[in-house]
Design a binder for this molecule. Structure first.
Ligand code: BES
Ligand code: MN
Ligand code: ZN
Length: 513
């Protein structure tokens, strides 16, 4: 786990330029010479900000920043100005990136304390902004460095205090007690969410040799132990899954020496729950493709194929910490898709937990098999009011939407809209794809109820239609996270690798209804 406890986010009274810290930072949106904070800082520093901005071509664009020494003109040693783009972009990812940029600059300058002026993006938005900043601080300091042995990577981070100045006025008004309370709650919420996201990132970034199905089960049990009283963990082993008839799930895992584990975490609120929701995550800890073997390049990253499981497990941790008025179940059918004398084969006919028979025409379409049985388990044993699944399911979804956007499929319009609204608030990119029933033709089999793979076109949708067979009438939303679960190009709040995608929206959905 990243050590987020070392770095604390606090409220600092203004004025910004009088703060007794090592570094003062603020955001300038567009032309700095028109920005009142920039002008007053420049004035206090005797015009040096203006000179540096000019010589370095700083125009307040997103991604730009300048940093100057203060030579004792104000208490802080350094001033950092970060470009925020032409108009202030309020979205969560944009604000997270600004905060992350400040944290990373502070790290490079070996700064212990800083004062950051909350972006001035309109009254009434401060609380949400503070949460986004707190998230960005901790997401921006995330690094998966366990296996790096150089001295650089062992140095503890120097930044200990990230102070937020909420009021831009030169005098600095004192916030009211109510404002301070809202501030503290927003910081805590942001920190809890970021910690869960970073935890999911760790689970994804760890090699498959470490994050086995048993390791994921142990992680789930540790979360239940942490929230004794509100969270319980049930782990079903291979034998128990066989008794339940999970023929699809077990077939995928049978080629590996790692025993499959079916994880079921339950969060129960203290009061009678308003409703029951289930979050199901794909937990293939390594996807070789099986006998429909992936080429080496496509296999290289396939430790990420448990990103859905990592997200649903981590979300329960945050939901239990923050508290919710709904009962939340996290389900993950975890196994490895490997090749061996025990592995399942093309042409095999599997019997799923709900009795549907499936002919295998591609062992690399394994996620839908594990999820199909997980969905049936949820429908029969949990009987939720609504269920969601999160899966690195198809390359086709990335072809359709690009690497940053999740494909969302559902026949339950109202539920889908509520979900997309939550995603909009957290800033996670999600876009609807149609569950076009006509494509179901592709899943016909001459010898079984259906086959597991369609043709080339509409691959994300045929996968969704396959899952729909098992969801039946239970309100259900399918989220294909093959693209955004891990990224190969970084942004300040999101380094390369596992992203923890969907955690923020799950927490938002369950705790703010
Ligand atoms: N885990 C993969 C999908 C994937 C691809 C996730 C790239 C993340 C990045 C999934 O199990 C898979 O192999 N899907 C196949 C389906 C096909 C055989 C119908 C695919 O997308 O090629
Ligand atoms: Mn696969
Ligand atoms: Zn897979």
């Amino acid at each position: 786990m990243p050590d987020t406890s070392r770095l604390s986010v606090t409220h600092l009274p203004g004025p910004l330029l009088g703060a007794q810290v090592d570094l003062v930072a603020f955001v300038t949106y567009g032309d700095p010479t028109k920005d009142s904070i920039f002008k007053s800082a420049d004035h206090a520093l005797g015009g040096v900000l203006h000179d540096v901005a000019k010589s370095e071509g700083f125009e307040g664009k997103a991604g730009q920043s300048i940093s100057v020494h203060t030579h004792g003109r104000i208490p802080a040693r350094r001033v950092l100005v970060v470009g925020g783009g032409p108009r202030g972009e309020f979205t969560n990812p944009a604000v997270r990136d600004l905060a992350a940029t400040v944290v990373q600059a502070a790290g490079k300058a070996s700064v212990a304390s800083l004062a950051f002026l909350l972006p001035q993006l309109g009254a009434g938005r401060e609380t949400a902004l503070v949460q986004h900043v707190a998230e960005g601080v901790h997401l921006g300091s995330y690094k998966f460095g366990r296996y790096l042995t150089g001295d650089d990577h062992k140095k503890p981070p120097t930044l200990a205090s990230f102070g937020i100045v909420t009021d831009a006025s030169p005098k600095g008004k004192r916030p009211t007690a109510a404002q301070l309370k809202a501030f503290t709650a927003a910081v805590r919420r942001g920190e809890v969410i970021a910690a869960a996201i970073n935890h999911a990132r760790d689970l994804v970034n760890e090699p498959a040799a470490v994050i086995t199905p048993a390791a994921l089960a142990a992680d789930a049990q540790a979360i239940a132990k942490k929230h004794k009283g509100s969270v319980t963990a049930t782990i079903l082993d291979q034998k128990k899954c066989a008794e339940l008839g999970m023929g699809m799930f077990l077939a995928v895992g049978q080629g590996s020496v790692q025993e499959p584990k079916f994880i079921h975490l339950t969060y129960k609120p203290a009061k009678k729950p308003k409703k029951k929701i289930a979050f199901i995550g794909k937990g293939v800890t390594f996807d070789s493709g099986g006998y429909s073997l992936k080429p080496s390049q496509s296999m290289e990253d396939m430790k990420v194929d448990m990103s859905g499981a990592a997200a649903v497990i981590s979300s329960i941790d945050a939901i239990a910490t923050l508290g919710a008025d709904v009962e939340v179940h996290a389900i993950a059918a975890c196994c490895e898709n490997l090749v061996s004398g025990h592995a399942y084969k093309l042409g095999d006919v599997l019997t799923s937990m709900d009795g549907t028979t499936v002919e295998i025409n591609n062992t690399d379409a394994e996620g839908r098999l594990t999820l199909g049985d997980a969905i049936t388990y949820v429908r029969q044993k949990v009987q939720p009011d609504e269920m969601f699944d999160f899966a690195t399911l198809t390359g086709a979804c990335m072809v359709a939407l690009g690497p940053y956007t999740a494909g969302v499929m559902s026949d339950h319009d109202a539920l889908l809209k509520t979900w997309l609204n939550a995603a909009e608030r957290t800033g996670e990119d999600m876009w609807r794809l149609p569950l076009n029933n006509r494509l179901r033709e592709q899943l016909k089999s001459p010898i079984a109820d259906m086959r597991n793979t369609g043709d080339r076109f509409g691959g994300a949708i045929t996968a969704g239609l396959f899952l729909k067979t098992f969801a039946k009438d239970t309100p259900w939303v399918h989220v294909d996270i093959a693209g955004p679960a891990s990224v190969s190009s970084a942004r300040p709040s999101q380094p390369k690798g596992g992203t923890g995608f969907a955690v923020a929206t799950m927490v938002e959905y369950a705790t703010r209804r």
